[in-house]
Design a protein around this ligand. Structure first.
Ligand code: UT7
Length: 316
């Protein structure tokens, strides 16, 4: 599978840590030292689907693949304005494609799960697949809860993948642990189902997620390297889910690598869920920071709990 083009889009509204102190008992000092985050982009008047379509158009343009040439659209989206149809179908219409389209929910690891799914579909006969990760976690949190709301931002990333090149290697993990990270939809008024859980914004045991993140990211990437007969020195860049700078730093320390091999953008974006690693990949791609032929290790983790790592060779 070859990544033939990438794209990303962030909302125009930027919110600083200091702005959060206007209504929360928090500080720029706490947020930046515990997470690295200084600003995040939050959807205001804009719609998530338009960000998703903008990211998709950029990826299509760079790939040289036209919307009519797409065989499938896979969209990773934990939460958006639509219960139905899928965000993938909305994006299909906005970019002018006609192929089948569907969503998947791998939480913050959704980009890796989408790549894994895309590789299987390419082997099943698809030639060009559009992956879109479009996320608005700022709508999932309680904005009176300082433990969660300061962590997130909105955004969309996209990649066009096509058949050819080397297969990507994957290590995926899922552990059903709703006691650690969970959010509930509002209850319906169906009279035959009286005892539904009340609506609950995102609940997170931060320290448990932290431990899971550092251990699975390190374990997943080390296993990928071992299975492919490689060492860290063979990897050009490690592109991790951007949830917390301390998590990236902890993984980097365990892998004993220089800072420049573990790029970050969480300082500017906050945690944009499954979009985060793809937005970072696009920023690196467009900054000319990725060398043709270099190996890239991707890693992400999230609710589920889910985790995924992937090893790819950059071909642009
Ligand atoms: O995509 C997956 C998303 N989730 C994650 O990546 C989360 C991973 N976990 C983390 O990143 C960290 O656990 C957090 C950044 C969420 C929290 O950092 P921590 O060092 O684990 O802090 P803590 O939860 O142990 O809280 C320490 C203190 C508490 O006060 P007390 O009990 O010591 O008095 C919290 O109430 O910090 C307090 N606190 C805050 N203070 C100021 C929690 N949130 C805030 C805040 N501002 N925003």
């Amino acid at each position: 599978m070859i990544i033939a083009g990438t794209g990303s889009a962030l909302p125009t509204q930027v919110v600083t840590n200091d702005q959060l102190t206007e209504f929360l008992d928090t500080s720029d000092e706490w947020i930046s030292t515990r997470t690295g985050i200084r600003t995040r982009h939050i959807l205001g008047e804009e719609k998530l689907e338009n960000l998703a379509a903008a990211a998709a158009r950029s990826a299509l343009e760079q790939s040289g693949v036209s919307p009519e040439e797409l065989d499938f659209i896979l969209c990773s989206s934990v939460y958006n304005d639509y219960m139905a149809p899928s965000m993938a179908c909305i994006v299909q219409g906005l970019v002018g494609a006609t192929c089948p389209a569907m969503d998947l929910n791998g939480a913050c690891a959704g980009f890796i799960y989408a790549l894994y799914t895309a590789q299987a579909y390419l082997k099943a006969g698809c030639r060009n697949i559009l992956i879109v990760c479009a996320e608005t976690p700022t709508k999932m949190v309680d904005w009176t809860n300082r433990a969660t709301c300061v962590l997130f931002g909105d955004g969309a990333g996209a990649a066009v993948v096509r058949a050819g090149g080397e297969d990507l290697s994957f290590v995926l993990e899922s552990q059903s642990r709703t006691e650690v990270l969970v959010g509930y939809n509002p209850p319906s008024n169906c009279p035959y189902t009286p005892h539904q859980p009340a609506a609950q914004p995102l609940f997170m045991n931060g320290q448990e997620v932290y431990k899971f993140a550092v251990s699975t990211a390190t374990r997943g990437m080390q296993r990928l390297l071992a299975e492919n007969g490689l060492t860290c020195d063979d990897i050009g860049h490690f592109v991790l889910h951007q949830a917390n700078l301390r998590i990236v730093e902890a993984v980097r320390a365990r892998m004993k690598q220089d800072k420049d091999k573990f790029p970050t953008n969480v300082e500017r974006t906050g945690n944009t869920s499954s979009a985060s690693a793809l937005i970072l990949l696009d920023e690196l791609n467009r900054a000319g920071a990725l060398q043709k032929g270099e190996r890239i290790a991707l890693s992400a983790f999230g609710a589920g709990l889910t985790a995924g790592a992937a090893l790819l060779r950059w071909q642009l």
